[in-house]
Design a protein around this ligand. Structure first.
Ligand code: C6P
Length: 450
């Protein structure tokens, strides 16, 4: 097993000054990991029975799926809903005068209503179906940004953003002459709100765009407070909800932002479908993003008028089955309750952080301490083992994790690492998955002679 790929150069020193010091974490939690921990509010046997993919062996071991932050698995009800839709109801939407098209349209629009309720939106027509979070953010950056930004204007993002909430803003700033500024990150990987205030006070901020939950280190950001401060200087606030919608109860009206986004595939839904929520007046004020069928009112050779929102932003034949599958996914999540799912994730993340800190002296854990708001992501490095090697060794034990920069290169630079290993936990993960992770990491230490 000690073949060449295992011996990449060390990636970093093992106790990085910016990360949680394992000895501190261990002393904070000097007790068996489960002592004093409440039971999970979810019944694992019931939850797991819904996910057929989990019932399999990988490399001779039970599949332990710890990569839901990249893409969650789908419950049988979502798979069934999509298959039934294709088997019984499929036709194009908003076009046909015949029964199948009427049925498909009804199901597609019903899914929009479900997603609106899932997000706490006041109206279904504030929800635009897109391909993903990435497409939702590109839509706003191009549609709103090109029409509203110019030289001297500022877009504020953060150093912690996923590239999907950074590169589209860079692109529109290049097109319009606007400037991009980034909120710094504190040593425990929270957003530096004092720095945010300083950026706001420099003036001309037109839009603030941050994530809600970090995909790289799990921090839950104070989005209500960010919205309040952004609005205080007259800026819009866009929230990248890719990691929050799957695991937190979302109420876009209570949060007070202007735009929220998420991807179906991280929330038990299909790939290739996502949603953009925005205040209706904002959607109405934005020009369309793409042109084509479906999004028009009247077309002449020289110019066209556009359909009312949200259809103005849904050019061409949409992902009908994807939207209907997403409707089934949000129903599924709501059948457990997002509060319950969040409580489960908080509990399992705390168990994982405490156990890894207790068990592995050479581990570096990233992200805030368990008592600070954080989601189900646990990022780490183990001694000088390259995270890709860790992921490969764990895969041989049946444990799927992600290794790399997690599409957050500026954050990795801030942390002083090229990559981390990341285990992400969702509603179907429990203590036995933690045990498998721990076992796999011991195996990695053995192989590296640690
Ligand atoms: N993060 C991860 O492994 P798309 O690809 O459009 O569905 O989601 C993009 C995206 C945007 N924002 C955040 C906070 C995200 O986490 C992601 C996707 C995956 O962390 C793939 S890089």
């Amino acid at each position: 097993m000690r073949s060449g790929w295992l011996f990449r150069p060390p990636t970093r020193s093992i106790y990085h000054p910016n990360s949680v010091n394992p000895s501190e974490t261990a002393s904070r939690t000097h007790q068996p990991a489960l002592a004093g921990q409440p039971e999970s509010p979810l019944n694992m046997a019931v939850v797991r029975a819904e996910f057929p993919i989990l019932d399999q062996q990988v490399h001779g071991h039970r599949l332990v799926y710890l990569d839901s932050a990249a893409s969650s698995q789908r419950p049988a009800v979502v798979i069934r809903t999509i298959a039934e839709y294709y088997a019984k109801d499929h036709a194009n939407v908003h076009r046909g005068a015949y029964e199948l098209s009427v049925r498909a349209t009804r199901r597609y629009e019903a899914a929009r209503g479900k997603v609106a309720r899932f997000l706490g939106a006041g109206r279904a027509d504030e929800v635009v179906f897109t391909r993903s979070t990435t497409e939702s953010i590109n839509l706003v950056s191009m549609a709103w940004g090109r029409a509203n930004l110019g030289p001297g204007d500022v877009v504020v993002v953060s150093e912690m953003e996923h590239h999907s909430n950074l590169v589209p803003w860079q692109m529109v700033c290049e097109m319009t002459g606007a400037e991009i500024k980034a909120i710094g990150v504190t040593d425990d990987q929270c957003l530096d709100l004092d720095h945010f205030d300083a950026l706001l006070s420099e003036g001309n901020v037109r839009l603030v765009a941050t994530g809600h939950v970090s995909n790289a280190v799990g921090t839950i950001h104070p989005v209500e407070e960010i919205a309040r401060r952004a609005h205080g200087v007259g800026a819009l606030y866009l929230i990248d909800g890719a990691q929050s919608a799957p695991q937190l109860p979302i109420d876009v009206r209570a949060i007070g932002g202007d735009v929220d986004t998420f991807s179906g595939h991280k929330a038990c839904g299909p790939t290739g479908i996502g949603a953009l929520w925005a205040r209706r007046d904002l959607l109405e004020s934005m020009p369309p993003y793409q042109g084509g069928g479906e999004m028009i009112e009247e077309v002449r050779i020289e110019r066209s008028t556009y359909a009312p929102v949200p259809h103005k932003f849904e050019a061409g034949t949409p992902n009908i089955a994807g939207a209907i599958g997403l409707g089934a996914a949000v129903d599924f999540l709501q059948s457990f309750g997002l509060e319950t799912i969040h409580a489960h994730e908080k509990r399992i993340a705390r168990l994982v952080l405490e156990r890894l800190a207790d068990e592995f002296k050479a581990i570096t854990l990233y992200g805030p301490a368990p008592e600070v708001a954080r989601g189900g992501v646990v990022a780490f490095t183990l001694a000088d083992i390259h995270p890709h090697d860790l992921a490969t060794i764990l895969d041989h034990e049946g444990v799927a994790i992600r290794a790399g920069h997690h599409c957050c290169q500026p954050l990795m630079r801030r942390l002083g690492v090229a990559a981390t290993a990341r285990a992400s936990f969702y509603l179907y993960n429990a203590e036995d998955d933690l045990e498998a992770l721990v076992g796999g990491l011991h195996r990695a230490q053995e192989l590296f002679g640690i």
